[in-house]
Design a protein around this ligand. Structure first.
Ligand SMILES: [Zn+2]
Length: 424
C-alpha cells in the first residue's frame, strides 16, 4: 500500500485562505449566499477542486459537485458541507466539511491512489438560511424535499434565489442526484463543548435532533409604570418570564438530550416607564426522540397558557418550524469506528443538536457524520476555532472511512501516478 499522508499545513493554509474571503476587520466571517464574498469563495474552491483533478458541475440551485473519477463507473461515495456563513460567523463551520475531503483527494493524488468508486465532494447552497430564510436550502432541493421551482422563487425582498445565483454565475442545470450515491459522509465542527472538554479526537454522530421553532405572543395592557398599581396590571413581560422559567424545568426534566430555549424576545412598547403590553418570544425546542419532543411541546403550550391565565393575559402559540429527529446509518457508524481505530484516534458516539445537510441526505442515502472539536464549544462567532492538530486527526479518520467506502487503497496504477513519478 502506498503511504497516504494528510498534509496538516496544506489543509490549514487552505482553510486560512478561504477564511480571508469575506472576513471583516474584527475577524468575523460574512459570506452570505450570492454576495461577492460567496462568489469569490466558490471560485476559489472550484479552482482547488480542478487543480486536484476533479470534474466540477453546478446544479440549478447552485450546489457545486466536484467528482474525483474512480477506476470504475460504479455509483459514487459522496461527502460535503457548505461554505456560506451566518452574518458574524467563524471560519470553520461548514468549511471543514469541504476542505477536509479536498485534502483527502490531494493526499490520494500524492500517493498515486485512484478510488474504485468515484468520490463526489458537494458544496451545498444556503445551508445557514441567512439570506432567504430557509436553512439547508441546497440539500432540501437535492433530496426533493423542496421543489426546485419554489426554491428559485424564494426572495429576500430584494432578489430571488434565481436572480442571485445568476448574478454570481452559479446557476447550473438539473439537480444533484443524491439517490445515486452509495453513502454520504459529512465532517463538521461539533459546535458544542463535549469533545473539547473530554479531549476526544472525533465524535461519531448517531442521530440528529429534531428541531422546532415557535412564536409565542403574550398580550396584556400597556400602562403607565408610575400610576398603575401592582395589583391592577396585565404585564405581558411577567407572563413571558414565568413561561421561560417553566420551559427550563420542562426541558431539564424531560431527558438527557432535551433542550428548550427562549432565544428571542420583542417587548412592546419597550419603554422603561411603560408596563409591557405585548411580548413576542422566539422559542426553540429540540429532542432526539420525536415522542418526547412532542410531549415537551405540549407541556410548554400548557405552561404558556397557565402563565397567561395567572395574570389575565392572552397568549398565542404558532409553530414555525418542525424538523423530525433523524437517525444516521448504523453501518456507516461502524465504518467510522473502524476508521477511528485504524488511525489510533479516540472517539465517542454522540448526537448532533444542530441541523446539518447530512440530516436531509440521510433519508435518501446511508449517511454518517463525523465531528471534530470546537474550542470551548464556540460556534457562529468569530471566536469559533478548531486547532490544526484536531483538524488533522479528524481528516485522517475521514480519509480512512472514505477509502473504506470507495473500495480500498488498491488502485495504484492510476493516471495520476504518472504525474507523480517520485511517489511510486
Ligand atoms: Zn454548518
Amino acid at each position: 500500500m502506498n503511504d497516504i499522508t494528510i498534509d496538516r499545513e496544506r489543509l490549514w493554509s487552505s482553510l486560512q485562505k478561504l477564511g480571508e474571503i469575506g472576513e471583516t476587520d474584527d475577524g468575523a466571517m460574512v459570506r452570505v449566499t450570492g454576495s461577492p464574498a460567496d462568489a469569490a469563495a466558490r471560485d476559489t474552491v472550484v479552482s482547488w477542486f480542478e487543480d486536484a483533478g476533479m470534474n466540477v458541475t453546478v446544479d440549478a440551485v447552485g450546489n457545486i459537485k466536484a467528482r474525483l473519477p474512480g477506476t470504475t463507473d460504479e455509483d459514487p461515495v459522496m461527502t460535503g458541507s457548505h461554505i456560506d456563513t451566518v452574518p458574524h460567523g467563524g471560519k470553520f463551520d461548514g468549511v471543514v466539511g469541504v476542505l477536509a475531503p479536498l485534502e483527502v483527494v490531494r493526499a490520494w493524488n500524492d500517493a498515486g491512489i485512484t478510488p474504485e468508486r468515484p468520490l463526489d465532494i458537494v458544496v451545498f447552497t444556503e445551508e445557514e438560511g441567512t439570506r432567504f430564510g430557509v436553512g439547508l436550502l441546497g440539500s432540501l432541493v437535492a433530496t426533493g424535499k423542496l421543489a426546485l421551482a419554489d426554491a428559485l422563487e424564494l426572495s429576500d425582498g430584494n432578489e430571488t434565489v434565481r436572480e442571485c445565483l445568476a448574478s454570481i454565475g452559479y446557476n447550473g442545470a438539473g439537480t444533484i442526484d443524491l439517490s445515486s450515491a452509495t453513502s454520504f459522509l459529512e465532517i463538521h465542527v461539533e459546535q458544542g463543548p463535549i469533545l473539547d472538554e473530554s479531549e476526544i479526537d472525533v465524535g461519531i454522530v448517531d442521530a440528529v435532533a429534531g428541531i422546532t421553532h415557535h412564536r409565542v405572543v403574550f398580550e396584556g395592557t400597556a400602562d403607565h409604570a408610575g400610576n398603575t398599581p401592582m395589583d391592577m396590571r396585565r404585564d405581558a413581560y411577567l407572563g413571558a418570564a414565568q413561561f421561560a422559567l417553566e420551559l427550563e424545568s420542562i426541558a431539564t426534566s424531560a431527558g438527557e438530550h432535551s433542550v428548550g430555549t427562549v432565544g428571542k424576545s420583542t417587548v412592546s412598547p419597550n419603554g422603561t416607564n411603560v408596563v409591557p403590553g405585548r411580548v413576542e418570544l422566539g422559542v426553540d425546542i429540540r429532542d432526539i426522540d420525536s415522542k418526547r419532543l412532542s410531549h415537551m411541546i405540549d407541556d410548554a403550550k400548557a405552561a404558556a397558557t397557565n402563565a397567561a391565565d395567572a395574570r389575565g393575559l392572552d397568549v398565542r402559540w404558532e409553530t414555525l418550524l418542525e424538523v423530525e429527529p433523524t437517525d444516521l446509518s448504523a453501518e456507516i457508524r461502524r465504518r467510522l469506528e473502524r476508521a477511528a481505530n485504524s488511525t489510533d484516534s479516540t472517539y465517542r458516539t454522540m448526537l448532533s443538536g444542530a441541523g446539518h445537510d447530512a440530516m436531509n441526505v440521510a433519508e435518501t442515502v446511508p449517511t454518517g457524520m463525523l465531528f471534530v472539536p470546537s474550542e470551548e464549544g464556540l460556534s457562529h462567532t468569530p471566536e469559533e476555532f478548531t486547532s490544526p492538530e484536531d483538524l488533522y486527526r479528524g481528516t485522517r479518520v475521514l480519509e480512512a472511512a472514505i477509502r473504506d467506502l470507495v473500495g480500498g487503497p488498491h488502485a495504484v496504477s492510476s493516471p495520476l501516478s504518472e504525474k507523480h513519478p517520485d511517489s511510486a
